[in-house]
Design a protein around this ligand. Structure first.
Ligand code: NI
Length: 141
């Protein structure tokens, strides 16, 4: 029988403020394109982050990885840097980025891919839920 691959997902949450805008556009043009998310005085979201990793089950433990390790990586590399922060102004790995869910998800991938591979799993998906109705998924392509 060929090796079986399992996928496992850890959810974490953070609260962040942001503003969607292009500095080279007027406030009017930003408002027209980005809507309320371009408010110059900021606004916040309660983000839900789902990190899915994949790999074989370790026959000694029955685990793919210990979820405590995955949670620690996500917290150290992502949550502590984002939670209760202004995502436009205070996050080193989001500098010079339009703070969209798309770009945040890609930046989160780049933060955690290597640490996850170091604990013996492969990062499969970063899913970022901004609102009940809107979420993005990034698969590393
Ligand atoms: Ni927003």
């Amino acid at each position: 029988m060929s090796e079986r691959i399992i996928y496992i997902t850890r959810r974490e949450r953070f609260n962040g403020a942001h503003r969607l805008f292009r500095p080279d556009w007027s406030d009017e043009k930003n408002l027209e394109y980005f809507g309320k998310c371009s408010n110059p005085n900021w606004h916040g979201h309660n983000y839900h982050l789902f990190v899915t990793v994949k790999g074989p089950v370790n026959p000694e433990t029955g685990y793919l990885i210990n979820l405590k390790d995955l949670s620690r990586i996500i917290n150290d590399y992502v949550i502590e840097k984002l939670d209760h922060k202004n995502l436009n102004l205070e996050v080193d790995f989001l500098e010079n980025t339009i703070i969209s869910s798309e770009n945040i998800a890609i930046a989160i991938w780049d933060q955690i891919e290597k640490p996850i591979s170091n604990i013996g799993a492969a990062l499969h998906c970063v899913k970022l839920v901004e609102t009940e109705n809107n979420f993005v998924e990034y698969y590393g392509e």
